[in-house]
Design a protein around this ligand. Structure first.
Ligand code: C2E
Ligand code: CA
Ligand code: CA
Ligand code: CA
Length: 274
């Protein structure tokens, strides 16, 4: 892009120019971020229904860049996802989560995998190798994927999930309800857990539609013997409504924000209700 001086032709408007340069700087920044120790994981508690006990965590990636400061995952994961950088980043995330898991209480840690990672050649073998190297039992790792990951080659996706589950890994379908073919996915794929997208929890108290969708997902999950996690629980009223509806697990700022790993270890097994 050219700087527009007097009398020169502008190839891009200012915002497009800025966006493209931001992108380029994020790409080169990210490839150094791993080596420079700028990445870390935080862990958000997942709480079970009966006594509101912290039974597990979702690992969430954080990047503190010397150039940009704190960069949100929503700003850099999509950029990494467009290139092979996502593999390097994803491997770092997995190894970091496994290292923590190896010396942690709690049932499992849930790790996000992007569609490109999931479709990677020999994804199953790749994960298994790292889990074995870390000395962690497969059932302590939950693999979170979105419906997008399953979409374009459903047969291959079904096979990958089947093999992962055969090896003992847990599988969660993330942002459930926002994808294209939720019912198809639920019928075809081997799953352990549905995560109800935050947008439905957010709308629950205001719109009948959101409340109805939340109830349907909970009932469907229960009927199929799946764990159902409500994401983005922000108020006591939401928690109460979800408990009454029979939702099995909760995650959200009302219960706990994502925590640094030493703090997360301290709250593992704690209960909000005696
Ligand atoms: P997600 O997987 O749906 O993760 C949940 C997001 O909701 C997290 O945002 C979390 O901090 C936020 N959250 C949790 N409780 C609440 C709440 O009560 N209210 C609100 N408003 N937000 C809440 P975060 O950490 O910014 O991550 C955003 C997205 O980035 C994630 O959405 C996930 O898609 C992606 N992501 C994060 N870490 C990783 C990673 O290690 N690998 C990959 N592939 N994607 C990641
Ligand atoms: Ca997630
Ligand atoms: Ca989610
Ligand atoms: Ca999301």
């Amino acid at each position: 892009a050219k700087r527009a001086g007097r009398g020169t032709v502008r190839l891009f408007d200012e915002s497009m120019d800025t966006a493209i340069r931001f992108r380029g700087r994020v790409e080169s920044g990210l490839s150094q971020a791993i080596d420079n120790g700028e990445l870390r994981l935080v862990y958000q508690p997942i709480v079970a229904r009966d006594q509101l006990e912290v039974i597990a965590f979702e690992a969430l990636l954080r990047w503190k860049s010397p150039d940009f400061g704190d960069v949100q995952p929503s700003q850099f994961i999509p950029i990494a996802e467009e290139t092979d950088l996502i593999h390097e980043l994803g491997d770092w995330v997995l190894d970091a989560a496994l290292a923590v898991l190896a010396r942690w209480p709690g049932q499992y840690v849930s790790v996000n995998f992007s569609p490109r990672q999931f479709r990677r050649h020999n994804f199953v073998g790749h994960i298994m190798e790292r889990v074995q190297r870390a000395g962690v039992a497969p059932n302590r790792l939950q693999i979170e994927i979105t419906e997008t990951a399953l979409f374009d080659d459903a047969e291959r996706a079904a096979d990958t999930l089947y093999r992962l589950r055969q090896m003992g890994f847990r599988i969660a379908l993330d942002d459930f309800g926002t994808g294209y073919s939720s019912f198809y996915n639920i019928r075809t794929f081997a799953l352990d857990c549905l995560k109800i997208d935050r947008s439905f929890i957010d709308g629950m108290g205001r719109e009948r539609e959101s409340a109805a969708i939340v109830h349907s997902i909970i009932n469907l999950g229960r009927a199929l013997g799946l764990e159902v996690v409500a994401e983005g629980v922000e108020t006591a009223a939401q928690l109460q409504a979800l408990r009454v509806a029979g939702c099995s697990h909760y995650q959200g700022y009302y219960l706990a924000r994502p925590l640094e790993h030493d703090l997360a270890a301290e709250v593992a097994g704690e209960r909000y209700l005696a």
